[in-house]
Design a protein around this ligand. Structure first.
Ligand SMILES: C[S@@+](CC[C@H](N)C(=O)[O-])C[C@H]1O[C@@H](n2cnc3c(N)ncnc32)[C@H](O)[C@@H]1O
Length: 286
């Protein structure tokens, strides 16, 4: 007799697949991200991950926490780059299911674990050497409170890896509406000073400001087509109306991103938590 207990789980992980355009449009934003298995990333994607990994000396002996992990890009790719262990959590059960699925597809030997959890109450039996928060603080109702909570999960001398968006001027009404209605972000858009103040008291080991260039329509179309082709292949979806709705909704999201990015910048940060000095600051910037 043979056993199949440890067969990798590469079946499509969601219990239902959309059968109509209405179902595609009805999903909330995080569940739509999962529905199309979008490779949802923090600002700067692979370039930011590399910078974080190098400046925080991330390696096999470390355990990273991926905050609001969506479909798992940050933890999966950092584990692939550095062989670290990682734990991710997200409020969206569908996103967590996709993070597990993508882990199995890429490399089941990577040491990754994903949990459905609310960041405002998430706890762990152990601390983490690295916490990757990307631009996710903006998704929490009270970003300063969430930033403080994260430090309770961090080991002494641990690192916070962040890449917050900020805007030098208040967003015009149409861009603020896109941020609220398309992405569900209700906290105010931070200025650079406000975004960096969330991490006050941590040692700044690396900091680099980046401007954003809107993506051309052709590049967006290529991305949307690739993503929808892949998810229909993975999930076995065949309805033409579903394909069109997924492509159109993803395209609208990417164009909404372009609208926002015309007004935003982001800063890549590698910050060290020195429990002996925090929350004081003794080091000048220049
Ligand atoms: C755009 S993604 C974050 C992107 C990325 N992880 C980053 O580094 O910027 C936003 C995610 O936050 C999650 N989220 C929103 N509120 C949350 C909460 N209270 N607890 C955990 N996750 C939450 C959503 O489900 C969504 O998947």
């Amino acid at each position: 007799m043979t056993t199949t207990a440890s067969a990798p789980v590469t079946r499509w992980p969601l219990p239902t697949i959309p059968r109509s355009a209405d179902e595609v449009w009805a999903a909330n934003y995080p569940d739509f991200v999962a529905m199309v298995n979008q490779t949802n990333v923090m600002p700067g994607a692979h370039a930011t991950l590399n910078t974080w990994a190098l400046h925080s000396r991330l390696g096999r002996q470390h355990h990273l926490l991926d905050v609001a992990c969506t479909t798992g890009f940050t933890s999966r790719e950092l584990a692939r780059l550095t062989d670290c262990a990682a734990t991710g959590f997200d409020l969206s059960a569908d996103s967590v299911a996709l993070a597990r699925y993508n882990h199995q597809l890429l490399d089941p030997s990577l040491r990754l674990a994903y949990h459905q959890a609310d960041g405002t109450t998430f706890t762990s039996e152990h601390t983490f050497t690295h916490i990757a928060v990307g631009a996710a603080l903006g998704f929490f109702p009270d970003p300063p409170a969430m930033a403080r909570r994260l430090l309770n999960l961090l080991a002494p001398d641990g690192y916070v890896l962040a890449s917050p968006f900020w805007a030098p001027e208040p967003l015009p009404d149409h861009a603020a509406a896109v941020r609220r209605d398309v992405f569900g972000i209700t906290s105010p858009m931070e200025t650079r000073d406000q975004a960096l103040a969330l991490f006050a008291g941590l040692d700044v080991l690396h900091q680099a400001d980046h401007t954003l260039t809107p993506e051309p329509a052709d590049a967006i179309d290529h991305y949307c087509r690739s993503t929808v082709d892949r998810v229909l292949d993975q999930s076995g979806g065949t309805e033409p109306a579903v394909r069109s709705a997924m492509t159109e909704r993803l395209r609208q999201i990417k164009h909404a991103t372009n609208t926002l990015r015309a007004h935003q910048h982001y800063t890549v940060l590698v910050l060290r938590y020195d429990a002996r000095t925090y929350p004081n600051r003794y080091v000048e910037l220049f």
